[in-house]
Design a protein around this ligand. Structure first.
Ligand SMILES: [Zn+2]
Ligand SMILES: [Zn+2]
Length: 171
């Protein structure tokens, strides 16, 4: 793919639409499985002689909630903006002038797929949650507290009192 092709598409108002059918390379996703195909869109804009690429990716992943361990599916939409350099000299130049991420344009066929995939991998959550207020499992009996309370007394003892209790025990 040539950058000029992307430019033409953007000017026509039809961003390039890509689809990643399967994992390009093995990704260590820590028990998390990404659903394929992954769809993405790319547009490029020129600003002060610098090309800016906007890539939006939509994907779903399946995993287990990190608190209650229930199976869950979540959808992520992420948009990433980066400056594109066509030569290494340009890349160095842009790096020194701008804080934004600069990528070196590659003409190989699946370059955009790779770029989209790298955005997917960096947007995966470290601690996925089935919902923001997931109550998790009881540390004592293991009951899913989202389904209701259990009868365990999980009130943690204030560490200062615990220390005092230790003192009394020694007497
Ligand atoms: Zn949960
Ligand atoms: Zn319990």
């Amino acid at each position: 793919m040539e950058l000029s092709k992307l430019k033409d598409l953007t000017l026509e108002g039809t961003p390039y639409q890509g689809e990643i059918l399967e994992a390009i390379e093995a990704i260590d996703t820590d028990g998390l499985s990404i659903q394929f195909p992954i769809r993405y869109e790319v547009s490029v804009y020129s600003l002060h002689d610098v090309w800016t690429l906007i890539l939006s990716v939509d994907f779903e992943y399946q995993t287990n909630c990190s608190r209650c361990l229930k199976e869950m599916v979540d959808r992520v939409s992420v948009e990433s903006e980066m400056i594109v350099a066509e030569t290494e000299e340009d890349a160095k130049l842009y790096h020194s002038e701008d804080e934004d991420e600069v990528i070196l344009w590659q003409r190989r066929d699946n370059f955009l797929d790779e770029l989209a995939m790298s955005i997917v991998v960096t947007s995966l959550p470290i601690q996925p949650l089935c919902s923001d207020d997931c109550k998790g499992l009881c540390p004592t009996c293991g009951k899913d507290l989202n389904l209701g309370d259990c009868t365990c007394d999980n009130q943690s003892i204030d560490p200062r009192f615990a220390a005092l209790q230790g003192l009394f025990d020694e007497e």
